[in-house]
Design a protein around this ligand. Structure first.
Ligand SMILES: [Ca+2]
Ligand SMILES: [Ca+2]
Length: 116
């Protein structure tokens, strides 16, 4: 039973419908304050990033975070609204990820579930 399937194809304002953004930690130093954005592929990625040259895993759009221009220390969350899992057993979250390996520092991308 699939409860949610998000491909990030519809317009964001400033998040996909049913999602919201949270700034968990602000950054400091060079760069700028980043947040999650929709990036669309039509042969090139817009906003211009260094996404997969094969395009999106599904459709034409993805959720994108510009860590290249981010100030150090930022933590930004793209979260769904509450999802009722009471009728499920052993729910699983899975997603496609593309990360361009460049530079000398590393960023953590993770999923988390918060019970209410
Ligand atoms: Ca997509
Ligand atoms: Ca931020």
């Amino acid at each position: 039973m699939q409860i949610i399937n998000e491909s990030f194809e519809n317009a964001w304002s400033p998040s996909p419908t049913g999602w919201y953004q949270e700034e968990i930690a602000s950054g400091s130093g060079g760069g700028s304050n980043q947040y999650w954005q929709q990036s669309v592929y039509d042969g090139n990625w817009l906003p211009a990033g260094h996404g997969d040259s094969n395009g999106a895993a599904a459709g034409n759009s993805v959720a994108w975070y510009n860590d290249y221009d981010a100030q150090a220390g930022q933590i930004d969350r793209l979260a769904t609204n509450n999802i009722d899992l009471s009728a499920t057993t052993n729910p699983v979250v899975s997603f496609y990820i593309y990360y361009e390996n460049g530079g000398t520092t590393w960023n953590e991308i993770s999923t988390s579930l918060t019970e209410t």
